[in-house]
Design a protein around this ligand. Structure first.
Ligand SMILES: [Cu+2]
Length: 224
């Protein structure tokens, strides 16, 4: 099954949750706007993005416990501490910066407007994946899109899921989920990003009109 169809099928499967999230998550775009996604391949090492500089060598020693790009080890709000993040890679798409980061596994709450569901990271969870979409020039977050993440190693798929539109005091709006991978290794992370489904100021009228896929390579080492 093609990625495109998998995406659409999964979007339909997610329909009950999309009822409330359709505007925020852009779930409708999966059925309405799908065309064959354009695709680029970037790796953390080859990306020209400034923020990827630490990943080109840093990922070899990826350690969720010590690597920190937030420097927020001492920051705590209501007892909830910022957790260190590790850059997995970044790419650019028509002026949108797509950045994938990982934090230590963490619980999160899915709230649908009337009820909530707590998602706890199980013992097999490797990390919490966060995909940030932002304007490459201004750094302002871009909401209302959808992100589907697929993680492969040597052609085998180990993770394949929609990312929740998510908010966080420290990370701001992002798209994320808890992820399990089978141990240390070099993985390919593919991100299928759908167009933001929203009204747009005219500076954005000609960009991000079709789904777009990027592939990032990262090295994963479980924390000691
Ligand atoms: Cu998150």
């Amino acid at each position: 099954m093609s990625r495109r169809h998998r995406f659409a099928r999964a979007a339909r499967r997610a329909a009950p949750t999309c009822v409330f999230a359709v505007l925020l998550a852009g779930c409708a775009s999966a059925d309405k706007n799908l065309t064959v996604p354009s695709s680029t391949t970037a790796s953390a090492a080859s990306s020209s993005s400034s923020s990827s500089s630490s990943s080109s060598s840093g990922m070899a020693g990826m350690n969720m416990g010590s690597g920190s790009s937030t420097g927020a080890g001492s920051v705590s709000v209501d007892g909830v501490k910022a957790v260190p993040t590790q850059l997995l890679g970044s790419a650019a798409w028509q002026g949108m910066k797509i950045t994938a980061e990982a934090t230590t596994p963490l619980p999160f709450v899915i709230y649908n407007g009337t009820s909530e569901q707590m998602v706890k990271a199980g013992p097999g969870t490797s990390f919490h994946l966060m995909v940030m979409l932002s304007d490459a020039q201004t750094g302002v977050a871009i909401p209302y899109a959808s992100v589907w993440a697929t993680i492969k190693r040597q052609g085998k798929i180990y993770y394949d899921a929609r990312q929740w539109p998510m908010i966080s005091r420290y990370m701001g709006p992002h798209y994320g989920n808890d992820v399990s991978v089978p141990g240390a290794g070099t993985y390919q992370l593919s991100l299928l990003v759908s167009p933001p489904v929203s009204a747009r100021h005219v500076e954005y009228q000609n960009v991000w009109l079709h789904p777009h896929q990027v592939t990032l390579t990262f090295h994963w080492t479980p924390p000691a």
